[in-house]
Structure formats: structure tokens, C-alpha cells
Design a protein around this ligand. Structure first.
Ligand code: DX5
Ligand code: ZN
Length: 222
């Protein structure tokens, strides 16, 4: 297997929302490079989290890359707001819009990287035309909408397919897995081809977060 870097993107969703700056500090001092920001609109998914204003307000408080995961209907309507808020990566869901291409191009033209996300029930074939313009492909390993759910191992088949497509067809996207990631499954996710690990509850429940990142890395590469 080709050696690949592993990037950690702890999700703020797993933290105490009364203290977001503390959560950002915890992520930065753990050695993670990204912070995963789950935007939910109460329509594409039932819950509501936060929007562009919140992201803009926390932006000056950290150097972490803002990995913004938009679980919202018709994301093309508000890409500019998330660009203005300082998103480094903007990921939209294939299921959320007929205009995923346009949304991704808006993100890229605005200076961010673009990601395309797929739910557990969505096949890789649904996003094949978008792979050329994707900097990231986010494979949901739970149903979107809530933290702390059980990992769905069948979703890793799609990581394997995306990894093979990348090797055989020269795509350059990174593969992100999101939902239920822990010490129990990070090795398999990495072996199948995942490059970025988004994790909320397993990260925030640990007292020693840098030890957690270290153990996840050792487990993945073992
Ligand atoms: C789920 C979110 C995930 C979630 C991950 O809709 O997209 O990013 O926060 O949290 P855990 O690791 O708790 O599944
Ligand atoms: Zn997410």
C-alpha cells in the first residue's frame, strides 16, 4: 500500500457549544490541522447548528484550516457567505442540490478548496462527473445530522472505489471519512484509502486529545 499522510479534522459538533474557543484551542493543541465545521439547516438534515456568521466570528481565533461541511439544501445560494467567513474547504452534498458543479466552482473561484459529500445511500457513480473538480470527496460513514452515531462499515466500500478511481484515472482529490470514526475503525478506513479523518465525539470525549491523535495515527499506520 502506498504510504499516505493522515489528516485529522476534529468536528466542533462533538464539543460543548458554550465554549467554542476552548474547543478550537483543544483542537489546535492536539496537533490536528483542520477543524471540521458542521453546518446544518433543519431541512437537508433535521437539526440546526450554526451558520456563516458564527464561522466568521471564530475565524480570527485560530490558524486551523476551516473544513466546512454544508448539510444544507441548495448550498449554491450561500457559498459566498462561507467564503467571506474564511472557509478553507467548502463541501456540499450531492443530494442537496442539482447545482453541485456550480457550487463547487464558486468555492474554487472564491479561493477555497471544494469538496463533494455523499450520504451512505448514495453511490460513487452519482458524483463521477464532479471528481475532476473535487479537491475532497467526503464519504459519510453515518447518516448526516447528528454526532455520536455508530459507524457504518459498508460505506468503506465507496472509499475503496474512490481510491482505485484516483489511482487508475489520475484524480487528485483527498478522501475524507466522516462519522463514527474511532480507534476501532481508523485503520480500516486508512487502508481503504481515507486521507482525512473527521471525528467529533471520539475526539472530544478524551481528556488527552494529543494522545488520542497520536494513538489514532499509530493505529491507522500499524
Ligand atoms: C454528522 C457530521 C459529523 C459528526 C461526526 O452529520 O457530519 O461531522 O460531527 O461526529 P462523530 O465523530 O461523533 O460521529
Ligand atoms: Zn461533518
Amino acid at each position: 500500500m502506498r504510504e499516505r499522510n493522515l489528516i485529522f479534522s476534529p468536528s466542533l459538533l462533538g464539543s460543548d457549544f458554550s465554549a467554542p474557543l476552548k474547543a478550537l484551542d483543544d483542537i489546535a493543541s492536539s496537533g490536528a490541522d483542520y477543524v471540521h465545521l458542521d453546518v446544518m439547516d433543519g431541512s437537508f438534515v433535521p437539526e440546526i447548528t450554526f451558520g456563516a456568521k458564527f464561522i466568521k466570528d471564530i475565524r480570527p481565533h485560530t490558524d486551523l484550516v476551516f473544513d466546512v461541511h454544508l448539510m444544507i439544501d441548495r448550498p449554491e445560494r450561500c457559498i459566498q457567505s462561507f467564503l467571506d467567513a474564511g472557509a478553507g474547504i467548502i463541501t456540499v452534498h450531492a443530494e442537496s442540490t442539482p447545482h453541485a458543479w456550480r457550487a463547487m466552482m464558486m468555492a474554487r473561484e472564491g479561493g477555497a478548496e471544494a469538496g463533494i459529500a455523499i450520504n451512505p445511500g448514495t453511490p460513487v457513480s452519482a458524483i463521477e462527473p464532479l471528481l475532476d473538480i473535487a479537491d475532497y470527496v467526503l464519504v459519510m460513514t453515518v447518516n448526516p445530522g447528528w454526532g455520536g452515531q455508530r459507524f457504518i462499515p459498508e460505506c468503506l466500500k465507496k472509499v475503496e472505489i474512490l481510491n482505485a478511481l484516483r489511482e487508475n484515472s489520475g484524480y487528485s482529490y483527498l478522501i475524507e471519512v466522516d462519522g463514527g470514526l474511532s480507534l476501532q475503525n481508523v485503520r480500516l478506513a486508512y487502508q481503504k484509502g481515507a486521507d482525512v479523518i473527521a471525528s467529533g465525539s471520539s475526539f472530544f470525549k478524551e481528556d488527552d486529545k494529543s494522545l488520542f491523535i497520536q494513538r489514532m495515527t499509530e493505529e491507522a499506520l500499524s
